[in-house]
Ligand binder design. Sequence first.
Ligand SMILES: [Zn+2]
Ligand SMILES: [Zn+2]
Length: 305
Amino acid sequence: MEFNLTILGNNSAIPSHGRHPAAQVLQMGNEYFLIDCGEGTQMQMNHFDIKRSRINYIFISHLHGDHFFGLIGLLNSYSLLRREKTLHIFCHQPLKALIDIQLQTCGTVLTFEIEYHFLPDKQQIIFENKQTMVQCFPLQHRIACLGFLFKEKVEGRKILKDKIEKYKVPIAQMEALKNGEDFVDANGTVIDNALLTADLPPARSYAYVSDTLFLPEIAAHIPQVNLLYHEATFKNEDAQRAADTFHSTASQSATIAHLAKTKKLLVGHFSAKYHQEHLQELLQQAREIFTETIISEEGKKYEIE
Ligand SMILES: [Zn+2]
Ligand SMILES: [Zn+2]
């Protein structure tokens, strides 16, 4: 299954130094999930060749402007492009009223339905399909804020094509083989399932931790994720500012990655006051605790592996 992440915005608060407010697109199989939708999200999609029309699910972590001010523009464009497919928005309840008042004031009647899924303030599965599971979990910020865990579903056994041909197993038997059953051929000979199938690779996962105070409990919600995007708004020397504004520092985000036994950490949501060279210092601070850390880059596609 395709499983990759494209960062559209990795800045906090104000667009600055060429960086944009929070937004990213996660591809899992045929689905494209938009995670947060800060100002400029549409322009970034154009810039990085992400097709708006492929997005059917949007996840908004919290209702600070740098995480959703791009949403009304995106909805308006969908309508101008005569979208018909239902759009699912996972968010805190007050967002609906904010969107409705804008649509009403502008006299905009959307060409498509929005189905809102209001998020709880605790860990919960919020979306599932055949291949994917999405869970939210609480963060600690100035207002209600959630992180998201996207997990691949891996069930059953992998069919070995060459063995299927060798033992002449009919197509009708494939589901049974995937479920671990043995195959009995026309002569009544039992072919062991282990000869025909193999283990599937372990399920991969991605976690998005947006605005939060350093909160060690987060690690328990995202055990052994393959890729973790964690906010690192501030460098270590600005720890007091981080605490005052309910954000995390470089070292704190790296500590979460370490506690969760993450494979790779991607840091973002940088303070608008930092130039690119400051980010190198921030990266070094994180790497002192968790070596597999990288600075998120807008437009870059990260494979979850
Ligand atoms: Zn933010
Ligand atoms: Zn915030």
